[in-house]
Design a protein around this ligand. Structure first.
Ligand code: NDP
Length: 335
């Protein structure tokens, strides 16, 4: 079997040298375990954090360890009565061609219910993140205005569609004219601005003000950086900011924003700012699936996937995604 391990820790920008492809013996499933042949592997922004030393909300990947990833695979051997060879399952299988996992740690998937890849995107962790963050911390009300960046990604596109269907004005921010067109035409956003087209936060803020004539009630925070700087002055009193991610700062924390400026806005505009990590909220996953899966099946909610091929291409695909090279949920097809 093949796997990709963390070869070294990045300093600032991650690079291909931080990863190593290895061939190792096929693992044997122990008691209660299954052996899975991985068909699709998920690439997600949180993996950049796992490459750093020191515990964040989850321990780091150690040097020489397989990079972590969610994946969908076919059971090819089973020591559990709950799984038979031929079953499909979702689990934290890592950047690898095969993996052993405890049956109790993985979830059976029915390929006839929804395409298997959706378990990694629209119906998986990112879609669930969008649904929970918007509902629990955004508290959307019809007639309000929401802004979300990384608007065509699995989180942003789901946030935008859910908010739109609740009667909000939804303004996206994305990298490039093509992504902005997708946000409006495919995902139904009212408008979308290209953050790359504005050299300064002030310029982006002016353009946003024009698209948000009643101010911003919810800023669903995916990116931080220039976008956050542009949004803050436009927040309405009692606005909400679900803090989901800050990808602009994953490689470096450089910023023109100062803590006093941020806190002054939070204080004087009575903002609710809620950080959350979705792994703590899986008690709501069934509710999410019950609500969103039928709307995906009916085409009421759209999703986009960007499927690269081959485990060996995972590092460059991951690095590209961190810079906006993906259009839709980034997945790697292994089989
Ligand atoms: P995406 O598939 O949308 O990929 C990341 C996108 O971020 C890129 O495509 C790019 O989009 C955008 N981006 C990268 N750098 C910048 C930048 N400097 N400024 C603005 N945008 C940038 O990712 P996901 O939908 O999977 O995740 C979105 C966010 O949600 C991430 O921050 C992620 O860490 C977070 N997240 C948090 C979770 C939690 O539990 N809190 C769970 C899941 C995700 P573009 O080209 O449009 O700029």
């Amino acid at each position: 079997m093949q796997r990709i391990v963390l070869a070294s820790r990045p300093e600032g920008q991650a690079s291909e040298e931080n990863f190593r492809l290895e061939s190792v013996d096929m693992p044997q499933p122990g008691d209660g375990e299954v052996l899975v042949k991985i068909h699709y592997m998920s690439l997600d922004p949180y993996m950049r954090g796992r490459m750093n030393a020191g515990k964040s909300y989850a321990p780091p990947v150690e040097i020489g360890e397989t990079m972590t990833a969610g994946g969908v695979g076919e059971v090819i051997a089973s020591n559990s009565p709950d799984f038979q060879p031929g079953d499909f399952a979702l689990g934290a299988f890592g950047w690898a061609s095969h993996a052993c996992a405890l049956a109790s740690d993985i979830r059976k998937l029915d390929p006839d219910m929804a395409p298997l890849t959706t378990a990694l995107g629209a119906l998986g962790m990112p879609g669930f993140t969008a649904w929970h963050g918007l509902d629990a911390y955004g508290r959307p009300q019809a007639g309000e205005t929401l802004v979300v960046a990384a608007a065509t990604g699995p989180v942003g596109s789901m946030v935008g569609q859910l908010a739109k269907q609740k009667g909000l004005r939804v303004v996206g921010i994305a990298g490039g004219a093509d992504k902005c067109k997708l946000a409006v035409e495919t995902f139904g956003f009212d408008a979308c601005l290209d953050h790359r087209a504005y050299a300064s936060a002030e310029g982006l803020s002016e353009a946003l003000a024009a698209e948000c004539p009643d101010g911003i009630d919810i800023y669903y925070e995916n990116v931080g950086g220039k976008v956050l700087e542009a949004v803050l002055p436009l927040m309405n009193n009692f606005g909400r900011i679900p803090v989901c991610g800050m990808i602009a700062w994953y490689n470096s924390a450089e910023t023109d924003l100062t803590a006093p400026a941020i806190w002054r806005t939070v204080l004087t505009k009575f903002l609710s700012v809620n950080g959350f990590i979705i792994f703590n909220h899986y008690d709501r996953y069934g509710d999410f699936l019950g609500e969103v899966a039928p709307r995906i099946a009916s085409g009421d909610i759209k999703y986009l996937e960007d499927i690269a091929e081959g485990l060996e291409n995972a590092p460059q695909t991951f690095l590209s995604m961190m810079q906006g090279g993906n259009t839709g949920k980034q997945i790697v097809k292994l089989v």
